[in-house]
Design a binder for this molecule. Structure first.
Ligand code: GLC
Length: 739
């Protein structure tokens, strides 16, 4: 290819600019240490202090070098104004790093993370994070407190909405995608965000699903279930982590040397910094392991929390302790080094200010909105579709009764942690259906009831609408404030009188499609049999209504799969797919086995479950070699055929079980997944490669090991059904001996 001189010259210029722009790691270390040596004790503590919002007092503290970071300050102009104080009016001019909870979009709001995880589409999830970063960074934000990577097995916990569900393997893949999306290739790029994997660690295991509650699990559970997504985030280069509110077996996460120093900074060699959650250091006093804020600060610092978010526990009172040798200044120096290192990597010293024109044309760009719609469509999970009620048959349907408190609601689709999302940007289900049908179909809308409360005054109008219609679409569920932080629910049924309204409408014998908007699994046993179809649509962001309408009318064939188990009853919780077998596995025909006497043991809908408008047939599962050493790779394949009448995407899932080990092993573990698009009638052979080294666990000595023995493999479209085969792992010594 002939490269013109002009092209070469341009290329050279770009490379010079890019390289010239960034300091190499060793240059950063040099600058960090130079700066550290000039800092007063007050300025060091200042870098370790983050406050929320701003005011005249904070501005003066910035001037005095007593604040190194702010959160919840919005807008390019405002952030530049505050940055100017730090850079041009303080002793050393160290720039602020400004953070915000950009969880699933800045102004272009995407599906909540639990919804997005149901797409199993790490490419699109990464793109959504990239877009969120562009919009937030253009508005003067440097740092997002995301991704939230807490594994959650308890749907009572409202924050299950913010994560990627119950599985460590999928959660790790999604954590990696989000970190790469937010941070891009270069932290100094003005349109990327520093990411923050949170809440380190085990926050999703709160007893009773009650937010902030006690967590107590074994080191093996910590290492095999709750740590992997954080490890994946660190391996993807995440610059920060956030320590959690909860205790772990008696030691609060924000004062836990084992998790923070031994594992994160020691075993994993993490060289970014750890910020506390909001006053989680100060809360060590309430936890009962510190008598006052100073002792709490010492515990947090000693454990390895580098920055104190709104805790006011890292104070100059520590100087006296350093002077008397009661506290090592090296702990403080290490924390400050970590923070300064990230600020240099962000390019804040070279470019502290954001271009205030950047956000024009970026915020709500049409490509961003399209991406939000794409991800919303892929996040929808079809849970039930009796007699092919869906997609709605355009030839047979002239009138739709659209009923429910969320059918025309502009708030719920934004979900929890909506950042700068605005109701005016949201397309509701009602609007989506009107957009799709134009005037072709009559839509009779009746709210019917509220999300909460016990008013039945809307029932009659809803009944009248249903009686006039060919089909009823009921849009029910949770409002946005019923999930997210401090939103645990003890009862997971549809709130208020929504279930009663479904029963009343079902009496009309009209076909009913139930569309759910919710931030967590709900218990649906009291309505499941009353409806013909169930569409799980979560809180899908600004294009919620278009995505749901596309699925309902068949313009998009649903492909989503649950990433969290839907229990039949709250009483089944915790319930998750990768459970242990126990000595008496549940057997409906054996009284003395692990089960309930008043409920089947299986969930209503299992992990990995989701229907399509077409059907996929699995045949010919095969392992390439059924005798492997611990250093081999497992190659396993299966044929998947679309035996239905329309195209579709199947999320093919690979589960593996270690049949016997030196410790008990889960009945199955997800070890691979692929999104496979198939035209009607098309068949593909889907291949998986799994390094045998990935099939290990933490043994009796808490060492990661792969043990020889028998393994079973299952490949299917959910965690309960699939084709199975087997293979054996032998030790290298055994292999040599026998060959
Ligand atoms: C909150 C949340 C955390 C969030 C932080 C800052 O309490 O626990 O997820 O990032 O405070 O808003």
């Amino acid at each position: 290819m002939k490269l013109t001189f002009k092209f070469l010259l341009t290329l050279a210029f770009v490379i010079t600019v890019v390289l010239g722009q960034h300091l190499k790691d060793d240059e950063i270390e040099e600058k960090v240490n130079e700066l550290l040596n000039q800092m007063t004790f007050t300025e060091k503590i200042g870098q370790m202090t983050q406050f929320s919002g701003t005011n005249k007092q904070y501005e003066q503290m910035i001037r005095e070098g007593k604040i190194g970071s702010l959160l919840n300050v919005i807008g390019a102009e405002e952030n530049n104004r505050l940055q100017k104080i730090a850079v041009e009016e303080s002793h050393l001019g160290i720039p602020l790093v400004i953070g915000l909870d950009v969880i699933h979009g800045y102004r272009t709001i995407f599906p909540i993370p639990l919804a997005a995880s149901a797409s199993w589409d790490t490419v699109l999830i990464r793109k959504a994070a990239e877009i969120a970063a562009k919009e937030a960074a253009s508005a003067g934000i440097h740092w997002t407190f995301a991704p939230m990577v807490d594994i959650a097995r308890d749907a009572r916990w409202g924050r299950i909405a913010e994560g990627a569900g119950e599985d460590p393997f999928l959660g790790s893949a999604i954590a990696r995608a989000q970190v790469l999306g937010f941070q891009g290739e270069d932290l100094a790029d003005p349109l990327t965000l520093l990411a923050c994997a949170k809440h380190y660690v085990g926050y999703g295991a709160a007893e009773g699903g009650r937010d902030y509650n006690t967590v107590d699990f074994s080191e093996r559970t910590l290492r095999e279930i709750y740590l992997p997504p954080f490890r994946a985030a660190v391996n993807a280069g995440v610059g920060t982590l956030m320590s959690a509110f909860n205790e772990i077996g008696g030691v609060p996460a924000s004062a836990n040397q084992f998790t923070l120093r031994t594992i994160l900074k020691g075993e994993w060699g993490f060289d970014g910094f750890v910020i506390s959650d909001y006053n989680s250091i100060g809360e060590l006093v309430a936890h009962g392991i510190a008598k006052d804020q100073l002792e709490a600060g010492i515990k947090g610092l000693t454990a390895g929390v580098d920055m104190d978010m709104e805790g006011r526990c890292y104070t100059t009172a520590m100087e006296a302790l350093v002077a008397e040798g009661a506290l090592s200044e090296e702990l403080i120096n290490d924390a400050v080094r970590r923070i300064l290192r990230i600020k240099f990597k962000l390019g804040l010293f070279e470019h502290p200010y954001v271009d205030e024109n950047l956000q024009k044309g970026l915020i709500l760009h049409r490509d961003h909105i399209q991406a939000a719609l794409d991800l919303a469509r892929e996040s929808v999970v079809l849970l039930k579709n009796e007699k092919n009620t869906l997609p709605l048959n355009r030839k047979k349907i002239n009138t739709i009764a659209l009923i429910g408190p969320l059918a025309d609601d502009k708030d719920a689709p934004l979900g929890t942690w909506r950042c700068e999302g605005k109701r005016e940007d949201v397309v509701t289900v009602y609007e989506g259906l009107k957009n799709t049908y134009g005037g072709d179909v009559t839509i009779i809308y009746a709210k019917g009831c509220d999300v909460k409360g016990n008013s039945r005054s809307g029932f009659n109008k809803a009944l009248k609408a249903a009686r006039k219609a060919d089909i009823v679409v009921m849009v029910m569920g949770e409002s946005a404030d019923m999930s997210g932080e401090a939103a645990s629910r003890a009862d997971l049924n549809l709130p208020g009188v929504q279930a009663e309204l479904i029963n009343v409408i079902a009496e009309t014998k009209k076909p009913v499609v139930l569309v759910l908007l919710n931030g967590r699994p709900l218990t649906l046993s009291n309505v499941e049999s009353k409806v013909n179809a169930i569409v799980e649509s979560w809180h899908l962001g600004i294009r919620h209504g278009n995505a749901v309408a596309d699925v309902l009318v068949g313009d998009y064939n649903p492909s989503g799969k649950l990433t969290v188990t839907f229990p039949r009853s709250t009483g089944q919780i915790p319930i998750y797919y990768n459970h242990k077998n126990t000595g008496r596995p549940g057997d409906p025909n054996n009284k003395f086995s692990s089960k309930y006497i008043d409920l089947p043991s299986l969930p209503l809908y299992p992990f990995g479950y989701g229907l399509s408008y077409t059907k996929f047939k699995y045949t010919g599962i095969k392992v390439e070699n059924n005798r492997l050493t611990t250093s081999d790779d497992l190659f396993v394949s299966v044929n998947v055929k679309n035996v239905g009448k329309c195209e579709g995407v199947e999320i093919v899932q690979l589960y593996i079980q270690d049949k016997t080990g030196s410790v008990t092993r889960p009945v199955k573990e997800l070890k691979g997944f692929q999104r496979v698009a198939l035209e009607a009638g098309e068949q593909k052979t889907v291949q998986f490669r799994v390094p045998v080294q990935k099939l290990g666990f933490y043994d009796l000595d808490m060492k990661y090991t792969v043990e020889p023995g028998d393994f079973s493999v299952m490949i299917g479209g959910n965690s309960e059904d699939g084709l199975t085969t087997a293979f054996k792992v032998v030790s290298l010594e055994q292999e040599e001996k026998e060959h």
